[in-house]
Design a protein. Structure first.
Length: 422
């Protein structure tokens, strides 16, 4: 049987998205793993008798049934070995696959995932240009900060970099949907990380090799700069991973304090990495850093809670949410609420969440969630409340124009008046 063209398009879209995401995750695992590994190795180096003091060291490891003898030269060895293993493609492939995934999901389907008319009514080309331009601007500003006088003061540079990333997160939220803003903030940090590898670390290593080939003494400055940029990547890793997976958790990015969540996750990730970096250097176990990280995450959770009107009511941050009776005609009773709820959900969501979706480009109900009958709506009650009542994640960018009154009815369904049957 020949499938309908619309179905074929949906299947292709789904599979390309899956394969790109698979590649992106696998290569990111390799890159992150090597980053953590080499930071740990650097911290574990001990003095070697045949390497001058302050110019390198060695470490012994046991893994996979064997022993490894690792040696590092801070500048370069006396003679260049015949073969070198370059650790660069993990970074390059992660960024390339991530960029294509960004294009495939957020630019090709910009009207669904990236452009929210309630935030900024812009065209798809304009949204793509702003996204790519933002990534390029992020690298340029970061690189200039590193090359400025701030580059000689690690703490000041870290503060400036932190402020810049938070500022860019705020800027993305002024033009994109909340989900699109979050993913672009993560992509900006990932671009900085790959830019460090592609434009700084690898070129500097090639300059050292060129000096060795000429029989010259390599400039130690190149290795030092590469190490600094590699350390920056190490501290950005955990926040980047968090932002990349956040698209699946609307409570994180759909609230009014989403930028604060970004800032707090940056703090938490940095403190966790700093704890391990100092621990591996043998400088002690500063457990208070875990407390700071935990507090930052707790504050991030608290910042996301006001996205839920029910939680706002419980916290005393707003007036009680409207009851179902106050949002429906006088003849509508609380006992018939499920029918009213089902009508809203079916009319606003079933064009995608049905056995046979009718929305262009969607051939299979997203995540297998079906919302085309009252029984199915009840089955997925928790997700409906989270996605469409307590947050505004669904419909994406409010494509079906669900009203605030309808969302209030859904909220009342989730938190009926005391003593009332739902």
């Amino acid at each position: 049987m020949i499938m309908d063209g619309l179905v074929v398009d949906g299947v292709v879209t789904e599979w390309v998205s899956l394969l790109l995401r698979w590649l992106h995750i696998v290569t990111a695992m390799a890159w992150i793993g090597s980053s953590f590994y080499f930071m740990h190795i650097d911290a574990a180096l001990k003095a070697a008798p045949d390497i001058p003091a302050g110019k390198g060291g060695e470490a012994w490891e046991v893994h996979g049934g064997g022993f490894y003898h690792v040696r590092k030269y801070l500048v370069a060895p006396a003679a260049l070995p015949s073969e070198l293993i370059w650790h660069k493609w993990e970074s390059y492939t992660t960024w390339i696959s991530g960029f294509f995934l960004l294009v495939w999901i957020y630019y090709v389907s910009a009207d669904v995932y990236l452009i929210d008319p309630a935030v900024r009514a812009i065209s798809t080309p304009a949204a793509a240009a702003l996204g790519v331009g933002g990534l390029a601007l992020g690298w340029l500003v970061y690189d200039l900060l590193c090359k400025s006088r701030l580059g000689e003061a690690p703490a000041a540079l870290a503060a400036a970099g932190f402020a810049f990333i938070v500022l860019m997160a705020w800027a993305f939220h002024q033009v994109f949907s909340p989900r699109g803003a979050f993913i672009h903030t993560g992509a900006l940090m990932a671009t900085i990380m790959t830019g460090n590898v592609f434009l700084v670390i690898i070129p500097n290593q090639r300059k050292v090799i060129a000096s060795l080939v000429k029989g010259e003494e390599p400039d130690p400055r190149y290795g030092k700069i590469g190490k600094i940029r590699s350390t920056h990547n190490n501290y950005l890793t955990l926040p980047v991973v968090f932002l990349m997976i956040s698209g699946h958790y609307p409570l994180v990015w759909s609230g009014p304090y989403a930028v604060a969540v970004v800032a707090l996750i940056l703090v938490a990730g940095a403190f966790v990495r700093h704890f391990y970096n100092l621990r591996h250097l043998g400088q002690g176990n500063f457990w208070w850093m875990w407390i700071v990280a935990a507090l930052a995450v707790a504050l991030a959770i608290a910042a996301s809670l006001p996205a839920s009107p029910v939680m706002r009511e419980k916290l005393g941050l707003r007036e009680p949410a409207p009851t179902l009776a106050s949002q429906t005609p006088a003849s509508q009773t609380l006992a018939s609420a499920p029918a009213a709820v089902a009508e809203i959900v079916v009319s606003r969501c079933s064009m995608c969440h049905a056995d046979t979706p009718v929305w262009p480009g969607v051939s299979i109900a997203p995540k297998g969630v079906l919302l085309d009958t009252p029984e199915r709506v009840e089955r997925w009650r928790a997700q409906v409340l989270l996605q469409a009542a307590f947050t505004r994640a669904m419909p994406p960018n409010n494509l079906t124009e669900i009203t605030e009154e309808e969302r209030a009815i859904l909220r009342a369904w989730g938190a009926p008046a005391k003593g009332a049957a739902s």
